[in-house]
Design a protein around this ligand. Structure first.
Ligand SMILES: [Zn+2]
Length: 149
């Protein structure tokens, strides 16, 4: 028998999922205890199965936090669901929402994958900037040392 361990998503996969999850997320619903699709209905978001109102849940902050923490403990998919759901219903904007959910996770001892860590594009860009600075500093030093004459 082979034990199956769900791998933690890589940063790229994580961001890919985040984009995918913008339009459809599945989370365990507090109303029907099923993993259901969350749908946008009027000014709020509801469970596609039983119509549970996530917008109303978000207004009860301690209950909303408890719910999100439970989802984040379920693993990567629950974390994506919690992040997307919080972004949708908190109404605080993407950056502030991510900050809020990160501190929420930290408060509860949950480690979220960091999309900025180990990003090859970002690292490449940083190396490029460093090289550019070295190059510019080098040419300035050259001009200064040779006296420009
Ligand atoms: Zn439901």
């Amino acid at each position: 028998m082979v034990a199956e361990v769900a791998p933690l998503p890589s940063s790229l996969h994580f961001r890919y999922c985040m984009r995918m999850q913008q339009s459809s997320i599945y989370v365990r619903c507090p109303g029907c205890s099923d993993t259901t699709l969350v749908v946008h209905r009027g000014p709020t978001y509801v469970c596609a199965g039983c119509g549970f109102d996530y917008g109303a849940l978000a207004k009860d902050e301690p209950a909303f936090e408890r719910y999100l923490v439970e989802r984040m403990r379920e693993g990567p998919m629950g974390q994506l669901g919690a992040i997307a759901l919080h972004q949708w219903v908190s109404g605080m904007g993407a950056a502030a929402s991510v900050d809020a959910i990160r501190s929420m996770a930290a408060r509860n001892g949950i480690e979220l994958p960091d999309p900025a860590k180990g990003d090859p594009i970002l690292r490449g860009a940083l190396i490029f900037v460093v090289l550019l600075v070295v190059l510019i500093a080098g040419s300035i030093a050259y001009v200064v040392l040779t006296g420009g004459s």
